[in-house]
Design a protein around this ligand. Sequence first.
Ligand SMILES: [Zn+2]
Length: 230
Amino acid sequence: MWGSRALRGIYSVAGELVDLAIPKTCGGCGADGVEWCADCERVLHDVPALIRPTVPVGVPVWTLGPYQGPRRSAVLELKERGRGGLAQPLGRAVAHAVLRLAEWGELDGARIALVPAPTTGRAARRRGGDVVTDVCECAARIAEPVARIRVCAALRSVVAEDSVGLGAADRLRNVAGSVRVFRPAALPPPGAAVVIVDDVVTTGATLRESVSVLSRAGVAVAAALTVAAA
Ligand SMILES: [Zn+2]
């Protein structure tokens, strides 16, 4: 009895600490008093749109919208300013989009596997974890009552950090051979409808490399889905 009360005490202290640490402004538009507002939620919950990145990816590439407004802010706040709580709204949007794609017949399989696009180990350590994997985990939890979604964080990038500022050809060169299966046990199970998930697609080079690495490992990819397209 006293044990559970003590536990509640610990949670409430932890809750207050978390409250103090999290800036109470919307991660999408900066509105005061909330971590994520209803307007930004509506923007993020758009239906996925099919896009054609400069580099052919080999599978349909879907995005929630252009890399601007709340989508851009949420990604930047999550990745660069460590606002881990924003993985929740982004996860909700990804879950919503994945379920839409399944509804449209784009994902054929008894279960759905989300493969987070690869990040470098260094970037993940700097950010205290891989944020795209966090978003996928949130999406899987949110979709749980209606769909079996497994997160398969099997890929890692060994490329020297970012390709920001590089053109399509340079990006392709930078990314070629840089994606590895670093956890074979985490590869999607046979028969799953596999979706590669990333925060932002720029040229499509990383997605293309991920599709081909998975294909060499015997995993067919059904689609790629990104929060935003730059
Ligand atoms: Zn907002």
